[in-house]
Design a protein around this ligand. Structure first.
Ligand code: C2O
Ligand code: CU
Ligand code: CU
Length: 413
């Protein structure tokens, strides 16, 4: 923070060149660099002030996915930054510790802007005894799939139903990545920053690890798991243990829908011969959320590329929500795989086709996978930043679907 107590960040959307495939430099976009953007950090109570400069040749935006903030600061399609302009949102971080992220949100263009490399993490720090030394035992893993043309350029042809489904995986923009483990336990913050691909993540040797957080923050306690599923926009934090001198491989395993096709190696690990001792995992991470009485149920029918039969219209407000409301949102997917993200909120997944979600999905979330022909019910808690004129978005985070208009707008009043 500066002398005025405000934490200032300068971000520039710019063109770049990156060797995403070894020996084949390709045109990319990045934030303060050639590809992806810096990891930002703040803690609850911080006042943050952004200066987002658009040095691209076209308009874009920067949306704070997972941040709970006033709609005018949200960086959605209504907060366009023209080429050459600077946008300066400012807000007070007031939400539990979490791994949030940022990416552009220009209506109809989000898929292209994110695919070219505009995204980064924004961490809200916690105060529990989890590994927290960034780059040593607290590691971001931004997972993205890419398609390349034979000469190594990003292939942007978005073909089929889901748009781009690549056959190469990059982690933090790196091809064939590895990580040198130096401590007994490492915390990984996984962000699925892909346009469409859904991953089923686990170790090649099926070792057990502990999921500690979802999109919106810490789980009540660490949850033992061997696999978790993560769809575009979602975040999962987990802590894994390593033995001195061992090698390990994190993978994505083929799933049962079109967006989960293929097995991929994500990242290789080599553990040092001597590992720094790590504290035991705490048995308790967050307090249970008190049960609330929802005052309203809204239903959303997910069609092929629309919601409730309507395409996104930037001049139409679809839902009006009372400040601080608790509501049930029922998603009824009548077609193929989608997912669903709501800006500004924290929600709990109540059930998926009537059944409780896996334990690792029971923390606060803002994005959820909705498999084909499935019903998902969410208990949604809305914030108190009222603005009857500026809407927040809810949408499918498969970016081709979002761009096709599978998005709606709500205001908090
Ligand atoms: Cu990550 Cu409305 O977006
Ligand atoms: Cu968002
Ligand atoms: Cu979709």
């Amino acid at each position: 923070p500066g002398p005025d107590g405000v934490k200032r960040f300068g971000l520039r959307l710019q063109e770049g060149t990156a060797e995403l495939l070894p020996g084949k430099p390709t045109s990319t976009w990045g934030i303060n660099g050639d590809y992806l953007g810096p990891t930002l950090r703040a803690k609850r109570g911080d006042r943050v002030a952004m200066a987002v400069t658009n040095s691209l040749n076209e308009a874009s935006t920067l949306h704070w996915h997972g941040m709970r903030l006033p709609a005018a600061m949200d960086g959605g399609p209504h907060q366009m930054i023209q080429s050459g302009q600077t946008w300066s949102p400012e807000w007070t971080v007031d939400q539990p510790a979490a791994t949030t992220w940022y990416h552009p949100h220009p209506h109809g263009q989000t898929a292209r802007h994110v695919y070219r490399g505009l995204a980064g993490m924004f961490l809200i720090d916690d105060d529990v005894a989890l590994p927290r030394t960034y780059g040593t035992d607290d590691i971001p893993l931004i997972i993205q799939d890419k398609k390349f043309t034979p000469d190594g350029r990003l292939d942007e042809k978005s073909g089929g139903t889901f748009g781009i489904l690549g056959d190469q995986i990059l982690v933090n923009g790196t091809y064939d990545p590895f990580f040198q483990v130096t401590s007994q336990r490492v915390r990984f913050r996984v962000l699925n920053g892909s346009n469409a691909h859904v991953y089923n993540i686990g170790f090649a040797d099926d070792r057990t690890f502990h999921v500690v957080a979802g999109d919106g923050g810490l789980l009540e306690k660490p949850v033992a798991a061997q696999r978790f599923r993560i769809s575009p926009g979602e975040r999962v934090e987990f802590v894994a243990g390593f033995q001195p001198g061992e090698q390990a491989l994190l993978k994505s395993f083929e799933g049962d829908s079109d967006v989960e096709s293929g097995d991929f190696d994500l990242i290789k690990f080599t553990a040092a011969g001597q590992l720094t001792p790590s504290p035991e995992l705490p048995t308790k991470l967050a307090s249970p959320t008190p049960a609330s009485q929802p005052t309203k149920t809204r239903t959303f029918k997910l069609g092929g590329s629309n919601i409730n039969g309507r395409d996104m219209d930037m001049t139409r407000v679809d839902e009006v929500v009372a400040a601080g409301a608790h509501e049930i949102w029922e998603l009824n997917n009548t077609t193929f795989a989608h997912n669903f993200h709501i800006h500004e909120v924290a929600f709990r997944v109540l059930d998926i086709d009537g059944e409780a979600p896996p334990e690792y999905m029971r923390g606060p979330k803002d994005t959820v996978f909705v498999p084909g022909k499935t019903k998902v019910r969410l208990a949604v808690e809305f914030g108190r930043h009222t603005d009857p004129k500026t809407p927040y978005m809810y949408h499918c985070h498969i970016l081709k679907h979002e761009d096709q208009g599978m998005m709606g707008q709500f205001v908090i009043v």
